[in-house]
Design a protein around this ligand. Structure first.
Ligand SMILES: [Fe+2]
Ligand SMILES: [Fe+2]
Length: 375
């Protein structure tokens, strides 16, 4: 238990002696002073929790003394020990909040002891409240600090995760892109085909005013559109002559095979249908495959890719013919607009050709999709 100390101040030494006697066996230390100045000095060196003062003293009144104590030691519990003649002064002091209680002379021993116990309890309680407030304040500060740190950490981790995610996507796409490239490279005539289709498609998509995410999706779908050719025998893919009926049916399986290859890759989910349908005809006729979808039932990226796929193939050398001139390409696009091709894609493509001409199909162009869409 904490040591309790009470200081009595009274100019009558007999009273001080009586009080000391009374409290000899109580669990508290008792200090006495017969002059207020002495008491003030004593409190500087020996802290007390409770100060009890007489009112009428020669050098200084009890009220003045206790208000000095209040200034110097605001936490000390102040009480007054006074005769009936100074009652009104003491009551006034209580009302002004200067003192905690009043003890009247002559006092009742038990009441005095009880009052002292209450005063110590009051002191302890105030101290405890103060301590708890302090702890709460400190914890609040700590919490605010932790919150701030946490927010910063979460922001940083989110950024790192997004970067990691992007890195993984890029790595994965490069891997699959490399696969597509390897398939294109099986045949000297189709080398670089997928990459060029991806680049043309991205440009066409932007010309059509599509959103960034859509352009990105179209780029990936362009890179991967022929990945299913991995499942077609080399002899058919690299065959220099025109294909037989059976061989043509075989090669028509590549969009489905491609979709199956990409299906398990979660983040390519939106690319899968684009790959599956890149040979559908806009009119839904059976010249398209595999599902003979029609119009806007065909994913927009597939429609964009089909135009670019055709343009890329026509403007590249083939074993049985040289690259065709742009006029032929334009004629062909016009001819099949609305049947094979989405007219909206054809129109946008013709605008691009009008603007860029031969430049558009020049090979070996450096292209970075993220620089292109600006992110
Ligand atoms: Fe294809
Ligand atoms: Fe293709």
């Amino acid at each position: 238990m904490q040591e309790h100390t009470v200081l009595f101040v009274d100019d009558e030494v007999n009273i001080l002696k009586a009080l000391q006697r009374l409290l000899r066996n109580e669990p508290m230390q008792v200090l006495t002073a017969s002059r207020p100045q002495e008491a003030i000095g004593l409190l500087e060196s020996t802290p007390a929790q409770v100060v009890v003062s007489d009112q009428r003293m020669p050098e200084m009144s009890g009220v003045d003394f206790l208000s000095t104590v209040r200034e110097r030691h605001p936490d000390m519990v102040r009480m007054m020990l006074t005769g009936y003649t100074e009652m009104n002064i003491a009551v006034d002091a209580i009302n002004k909040g200067e003192i905690y209680r009043l003890i009247t002379k002559p006092w009742n021993d038990d009441e005095l002891k009880a009052t002292l116990r209450q005063a110590f309890d009051h002191y302890d309680l105030k101290g405890e409240i103060k301590r708890l407030n302090q702890v709460t304040r400190e914890q609040n500060f700590k919490l605010q600090d932790m919150n701030r740190n946490l927010e910063t950490k979460v922001r940083e981790r989110t950024k790192q995760l997004a970067a990691k995610h992007q890195e993984l996507r890029t790595a994965y796409i490069q891997t699959i892109g490399a696969l597509a490239e390897a398939i294109d490279a099986k045949d000297a005539y189709t080398r670089g085909h997928s990459e060029r289709v991806a680049v043309y498609s991205s440009r066409l998509a932007r010309e059509m005013g599509l959103r960034k995410e859509m352009i990105e999706r179209i780029y990936f779908a362009g890179l991967l559109h022929d990945v299913g050719k991995i499942g077609i025998p080399d002899a058919i893919i690299t065959k220099p002559d025109r294909l037989t009926e059976e061989e043509y049916l075989e090669i028509q399986k590549h969009p489905e095979i491609g979709a199956k290859i990409l299906e398990p890759v979660e983040f390519l989910g939106s690319v899968v249908p684009c790959v599956r349908h890149h040979h559908e005809w806009f009119d839904g006729s059976d010249r398209g495959y595999p599902d003979r979808l029609r119009g806007d039932k065909i994913p927009l990226p597939s429609r964009v890719i089909l135009v670019c796929d055709t343009v890329e193939a026509m403007t590249s050398d083939r074993p049985y013919r040289k690259a065709l001139p742009l006029e032929t390409v334009v004629r062909e696009l016009h001819k099949y607009s609305g049947s094979q091709f989405d007219p909206q894609c054809v129109d946008a493509f013709l605008r691009l050709l009008d603007r860029d001409g031969d430049e558009f199909i020049s090979k070996d162009q450096k292209f970075d999709i993220y620089a292109f869409i600006g992110s």
